[in-house]
Design a protein around this ligand. Structure first.
Ligand code: GDP
Length: 455
């Protein structure tokens, strides 16, 4: 019999309602000791998915609070075990007292992620789905939320399933053919195997190459705002952050170092850096800022480069354009409210995307937001297709890809099907590790150690 665990499932803060979750073989028994339903219902006799209103009492039968108890019967619960949830008033002390009473009545405090770990161990979800639960909770943008939401529903698992099936049927066929040469089993043509391996290789490669996009959506896109002094970089930063973070003045060189902020556009989080205006300068402090701005350009995943609509392009502008060659950049012509002196056509020939705005006008937020979405091709991302969500998953798929590549090389060299099978088994092993079907206890514990208590 597994120990019954309990924890507060809601945040450790004052709120309207708090929920205490109890899961395990003795969940109903323990609930029966501390919950007195007004209608006389007994948790152990209640049907699954039913609720009852009553008093939560301590060991001396003193009433601690009134609340609602909900019953989930195994296997139809989050963990797959008998589960009880008590919704009480959301006071910090009340909630803690009720948890203490539940523990005194026989439950053990749950460790971080233990409810989800039990769901995984009870076959309610695979490891990629379990990982997605904590990603979903942590997601900071709509796209990240959609991707994690689909992952909780098994999108990555399904995507991997196709690859796995191909590998399984291939290794199965090769093994039978190699082990029973006397049987009349049709030999698989090396060319047919090669075709299948190529298909698997390209599926795995696509999964690996989508990883960076997934990370960007999850962790935010490192974005640098650059341009020569006084083009409106700080004003744009404040517009996007919707508050005053950078100092706006008409004195060139005011932003002397990088100012950073995290902002949420509609679909995506941007980790914004407003950099010092890039120009030649004698000022030691300013030159340090300029150097940092150049470093930011080199590491940014997206660059918003500003130009002043009211002035012709200068040598400083041209040297910035030169630095941005082959970088993912959006050219922003700022100060559209002033008479245009700028050669926009020249910018169009240098940048894939050019937009014109006034950073002082709030409506420009949507214009920038739309351009960012388009340049990052966010519309093209289908949240349902399943993406790798972390380094562990990436490493498993990378290892499977390496093994499949090796298998096709040795097949090409004319080695025996036995040798090919051995390497393909390694690829399968990595995919089973990915889904948790053959992951070591250490890996599983590591995954759940990142969870919060109560999930
Ligand atoms: P930075 O040096 O590139 O960070 O530029 P700032 O954001 O400090 O802006 C420089 C000057 O341009 C300030 O006086 C701003 O008020 C002004 N400015 C910024 N955006 C606009 C705009 O869209 N229109 C006009 N007319 N002035 C702007």
């Amino acid at each position: 019999m597994k120990e019954t665990i309990a924890a507060i499932a809601t945040p450790q803060a004052v709120g309207g309602i708090s929920v205490i979750r109890i899961s395990g073989d003795e969940a109903f028994l323990i609930a029966g000791k501390i919950f007195k339903s007004v209608s006389g219902k007994i948790p152990a006799k209640m049907k699954g998915y039913t609720a009852s209103y009553g008093a939560v009492v301590d060991i001396d039968s003193q009433v601690l609070d009134h609340g609602v108890l909900t019953v989930f019967r195994a296997p139809h619960s989050y963990t797959g075990e008998d589960t009880v949830e008590i919704s009480c008033h959301g006071g910090l002390l009340i909630t803690k007292e009720i948890l203490r009473t539940v523990l005194n009545a026989g439950a053990r405090i749950a460790s971080p992620g233990e409810f989800t770990k039990r769901a995984f161990l009870n076959g309610k979800m695979d490891l990629t789905q379990a990982e997605a639960v904590s990603d979903l909770i942590a997601s900071g943008s709509k796209q990240a939320m959609k991707i994690s939401g689909e992952q909780v529903q098994g999108s990555l698992y399904r995507r991997i399933q196709g690859v796995r099936q191909t590998l399984l049927s291939l290794t199965g066929h090769l093994a039978v053919w190699a082990d029973y040469p006397e049987e009349d089993i049709e030999e698989v043509e090396a060319e047919t195997i090669m075709q299948q391996l190529n298909g698997v290789k390209s599926d795995l490669k696509k999964l690996l190459s989508d990883y960076d996009t997934g990370c960007m959506l999850k962790n935010g896109v490192n974005t640098a705002i650059v341009g020569k002094p006084n083009v409106g970089k700080s004003t744009l930063m404040n517009l996007l952050a919707r508050r005053e973070k950078s100092i706006v003045t008409d004195i060139p060189g005011t932003t002397r170092d990088v100012v950073e902020d995290t902002i949420v556009l509609q679909d995506v989080v941007l980790n914004l850096s407003d950099t010092a205006g890039i120009r030649e300068t004698e000022d030691v402090v300013e030159s340090f800022g300029v150097q940092r701005a150049v470093e930011k350009i080199n590491t940014a995943q997206l660059i918003l480069v500003l130009f002043d609509n009211s002035r012709p392009l200068s040598d400083e502008d041209f040297s910035i354009i030169e630095r941005l060659k082959d970088k993912p950049a959006i050219a922003i012509v700022n100060k559209s409210d002033l008479t245009s002196m700028l050669d926009v056509e020249k910018l169009r020939s240098e940048f894939e995307r050019v937009i014109t705005i006034s950073a002082q006008d709030e409506d420009s937020f949507d214009v920038v937001s739309k351009a960012v979405s388009e340049v990052l091709k966010l519309e093209e991302i289908d949240p349902a297709m399943g993406m790798l969500a972390n380094e562990r998953q990436y490493a498993c798929v990378n290892e499977a890809y390496r093994a499949v590549c090796e298998a096709s090389i040795i097949l090409g060299e004319g080695m025996t099907y036995d040798a090919v099978t051995v390497v393909l088994e390694e690829a399968l092993q990595s995919l089973l590790e990915l889904t948790g079907e053959r992951a070591t206890e250490e890996v599983v514990n590591q995954v759940f150690s990142n969870f919060c208590v109560g999930k």
